[in-house]
Design a protein around this ligand. Structure first.
Ligand SMILES: [Zn+2]
Length: 248
């Protein structure tokens, strides 16, 4: 389950510790989504600094509740060349990592593949961040990749192509945090308009992803990003277990 700190990070850590204890009792693995208001690639230094602090605060909250991974949207191009925005984001991430290491916080930083072409966060870009900064592992949002690439995911081969790319960059795709939902594209055909529940008729399809996961034997934390978070989480879990059962 993903704790949604997307508007603000709670300041009091004690309730988060209790929440984390409850989750462990129920055998629920936690990750945390940091605020949307993060732009690690802003050309304005004060905005970058504020974003660094927000991501640090989110990481402290995650550590308090025992969440091992912090998902965040890395930033925007803001009129810059993509490689310049990427370079700034990597510099910012190094600063965040340094602060966390000083505090002894081992949480994984997870730049997410983003769904809008104006946002930094193509698959290649988040993989470059993971390669450049230790303790960074991308959050792979398949709906966002699908939307960004104009509806690129139809079946297993498309998933295989993406996972191959991840393996090539990181050495392994095992242990990743994954986001999944069905998604409606904008009128232009590129970029996300809104998330839909599973079975909505929009792509990408979950079943072939479950098949690819089972075939490769990867263990992922699959987070539902659909309008009905928990219900679709369970639906995906059941679907995955059915596929796993059938492949034995
Ligand atoms: Zn997100």
């Amino acid at each position: 389950m993903e704790y949604q700190a997307v508007r603000a990070v709670p300041k009091k850590l004690d309730p988060l510790k209790k929440f984390g204890e409850e989750a462990r009792k129920k055998d629920i693995i936690l990750s945390l989504h940091a605020p949307y208001a993060i732009n690690l690639s802003s050309p304005e230094e004060n905005k970058r600094e504020a974003s660094i602090q927000r991501l640090v605060a989110a990481s402290r909250a995650a550590a308090a509740m025992g969440a091992f991974h912090v998902t965040f949207h890395p930033g925007f191009y803001s009129g810059q060349a993509p490689e310049d925005a990427l370079r700034l984001a990597i510099e910012s991430l190094k600063e965040v990592r340094e602060i966390l290491d000083d505090e002894g916080l081992e949480v994984e930083l997870g730049p997410e593949t983003t769904g809008k072409p104006s946002q930094l966060g193509s698959l290649e870009e988040v993989l470059a961040m993971a390669r450049a900064v230790p303790g960074v592992r991308p959050t792979v949002d398949f709906a966002h990749i699908h939307a960004r690439e104009g509806g690129s995911i139809a079946g297993r081969l498309d998933y295989a192509r993406i996972i191959d790319k991840i393996e090539e960059a990181l050495g392994t795709a095992d242990g990743l945090v994954i986001h999944f939902t069905e998604v409606e594209l904008t009128k232009s055909g590129v970029g996300e308009k809104r998330h839909h529940e599973l079975g909505s008729g929009y792509g990408p399809p979950f079943r072939p992803l479950a098949e690819e996961m089972a075939a490769r034997g990867v263990r992922w934390l699959v987070i539902s990003e659909s309008p009905i978070l928990e219900e679709d989480s369970l639906k995906m879990k059941e679907e995955y277990l059915r596929v796993l059962e059938g492949s034995r």
